[in-house]
Ligand binder design. Sequence first.
Ligand code: SF4
Ligand code: SF4
Length: 218
Amino acid sequence: MILKKIPMQTYENFHKMFSGSNQNTFNICRECGGACEHNKIGTLLPGEEEYMAEKMGISVSDLKIRYLDMLKMDDGTQIQVLKLGRLCPFLNEDEVCKCGDFKPIFCKIYPVILTIENEKINYIIDDWCNLSKKEACRLYFETAIPLLSNLAIPIEWLRHVISYDNLCFDYDELEKCRRGKNKYAIFSLDELLSLQKAELETSRLCIDFGQKAEELIF
Ligand code: SF4
Ligand code: SF4
């Protein structure tokens, strides 16, 4: 299925209006130890690879080769994900996210998560995350919800993402599985689901806690 991409300017507007984590949240995340990052998959929204490539000044194909893999769903829908492996390819040597102010929106908005209820996309705060337990923080992340609604995320796309997004995967097996594939590796959903893990590990996909203090928002 071919889905409508979210326009570049819409991404730009979102990032201008919502800056995401700051030093306050990093302190909470550091104490938490990155629990949300264990064995997870980082998904890009439709068209987000084009926006990120533009911001990085590289071609989309270069971005894909260096940073992304693709999940190909049974109906042909193509979903761009951060390279499936133990650490996110955007982490630099100081364990800081290289994406700066254009990091993937799903990274930027957490603990806001997307669900489908009554055939509509619903935005909620994940109570499991320690950020949700601090009222000022919760209120701040709630400000992302109307902005997310403006993105007009396709529900068909989200349905696919929900089929794997809450599961845990074996990164070592995923890395082995990619060995016979192109650098921009394509995984089917069945292939991905066969590499699930029963339990969380303590290693992280992203250890993005080293950021310098930004302007305090709350
Ligand atoms: S976002 Fe939430 S779950 Fe993830 S590291 Fe921070 S406090 Fe922990
Ligand atoms: S380093 Fe972390 S915040 Fe940055 S893109 Fe990777 S998973 Fe997302």
